[in-house]
Ligand binder design. Structure first.
Ligand code: AMP
Length: 209
C-alpha cells in the first residue's frame, strides 16, 4: 500500500489522534503513512465510532476503505473469535484489498480480517474461520455458500457493511444480499458505501439503515 496520499485525498488538518482513536490504531496508521483523515474519513469515523449507521457516497481513491476499516477495527473485540463484522464486496480483488487494508490497520490491536470469494479453495477460508477471524470480507455468493455449509456463523455480527453497493447491484447480487441480510442479527450497525445513488440503491439503503 502506498504511503503517499492519492491526489483525490485532500487531507483536512485534524490529525487522526483528534478523532479519539487508541494508540495501537494510531501506530498502525502512522506505519502506513496516514497522518490525517481524508474528507470521507473525517465525516464517517466519528459517527461510526458512536455506533451510528452511515451511508457514504465515495469513489475508489478517496480513502473509503479506511473510512469504514478504522472504526471496524476499533469496535471489534480481539478476544472474541467469532465473526463480529461482515463486509460484502462485489469482486475477489476488492475482497483481498479491503481485508489487506483492515489487517494493516488492525495489526497492533491483534484484529484480523479474512477475504472469502468464489473460484478459490474452501479449505483455507474454513481454516481461517476455525482459527477465528472477527472480520470477514467476502463476495455474496461465497459468503452464502459458507453459511449454507455451516462453516460461517453470523449470529455475533454487530456491524454489517455493503461496499461498492452500486457495482453489486449491477452485477446482480441483490438476491444474495437480501438472503444474507435475513440471516444477520437484527440488532447491528449498518454501513453502505456507493459511488452512485440510483433509486434501487436508495431503496436498499432505506431498508437497511
Ligand atoms: P481507497 O479509496 O480506500 O481505495 O483508498 C485510496 C488510497 O488512499 C489507498 O492507497 C489508501 O492506502 C490511501 N489512503 C487512505 N486513507 C489515507 C489517508 N488518511 N492518508 C493517506 N493515504 C490514505
Amino acid at each position: 500500500m502506498s504511503a503517499d496520499p492519492a491526489p483525490s485525498l485532500p487531507t483536512p488538518s485534524v490529525p487522526f489522534a483528534d478523532l479519539g482513536l487508541p494508540e495501537p490504531l494510531l501506530r498502525a496508521l502512522s506505519d502506513v503513512g496516514y497522518e490525517s483523515p481524508s474528507p470521507i474519513q473525517a465525516a464517517t469515523i466519528p459517527p461510526l465510532l458512536q455506533g451510528r449507521d452511515v451511508l457514504g457516497q465515495a469513489q475508489t481513491g478517496t480513502g473509503k476503505t479506511a473510512a469504514f476499516g478504522i472504526p471496524m477495527v476499533e469496535r471489534v473485540d480481539p478476544k472474541d473469535k467469532r465473526c463480529q463484522v461482515l463486509v460484502l464486496v462485489p469482486t475477489r480483488e476488492l475482497a483481498e484489498q479491503v481485508a489487506g487494508e483492515i489487517n494493516e490497520i488492525g495489526q497492533y490491536k491483534g484484529v484480523h480480517a479474512v477475504a472469502v470469494y468464489g473460484g478459490a479453495s474452501f479449505t483455507p477460508q474454513i481454516k481461517a474461520f476455525q482459527e477465528g477471524t472477527p472480520i470477514v470480507v467476502g463476495t455474496p455468493g461465497r459468503v452464502m455458500d459458507h453459511m449454507r455449509r455451516r462453516n460461517l456463523h453470523l449470529d455475533a455480527v454487530k456491524m454489517f457493511c455493503l461496499d461498492e453497493a452500486d457495482r453489486m447491484l449491477d452485477m446482480g447480487f441483490i438476491r444474495d444480499i437480501r438472503k444474507v441480510l435475513d440471516l444477520l442479527p437484527p440488532q447491528r450497525q449498518n454501513l453502505l458505501f456507493s459511488a452512485t445513488f440510483s433509486d434501487e440503491i436508495r431503496r436498499l439503503a432505506s431498508g437497511l439503515l
